[in-house]
Ligand binder design. Structure first.
Ligand code: HEC
Length: 116
């Protein structure tokens, strides 16, 4: 009878410790935060368009567009802006590996830096 009790306690303890390990594994695989258009812009666009989006002279002889310009913003529809990212335009290469929600978040950031 006493042996039985010891076995039950031991089983309970080992169950407890494996449960704890599973919980800490879940924490390690925490999901990443929401899509941040401003941060993505710095990572994927600022190298050519500058951190403020105003554009700059490029080493390959082109000038990247000033994305804050009201006239450019007025000319580009939402669909056109997404297409520029997806396929490139003129001397701008396609920006590869962007998910749809990431591209839309970048587009929203571009709209937010428009100057009147
Ligand atoms: C490798 C450099 C480079 C990167 C990276 C880049 N661009 Fe460009 N972008 C350019 C250049 C150069 C032009 C001018 C293209 C031309 O007129 O020949 C341009 C033009 C544009 C235009 C104007 C298009 C038009 O119709 O006038 C938009 C909008 C634009 N880029 C948005 C973006 C966004 C948003 C990103 C990031 C997702 C990005 N670009 C990343 C180089 C770049």
């Amino acid at each position: 009878m006493r042996i039985c009790l010891v076995m039950v306690v031991a089983a309970g303890l080992s169950g407890c410790s494996s449960g704890g390990a599973a919980a800490s594994n879940q924490q390690a695989a925490a999901p990443s935060g929401p899509v941040d258009g401003a941060r993505l812009f710095q990572r994927r666009c600022a190298v050519c368009h500058g951190p403020t989006g105003e554009g700059q002279e490029m080493a390959f002889g082109a000038r990247s567009a000033n994305l804050t310009e009201a006239a450019l913003q007025a000319r580009l529809t939402e669909a056109a802006l997404l297409q520029v990212m997806r396929n490139g335009v003129g001397r701008m290469p396609a920006v590869t590996g962007l998910r749809d929600d990431e591209a839309r978040a970048i587009a929203a950031h571009v709209r937010s830096i428009r100057r009147p």
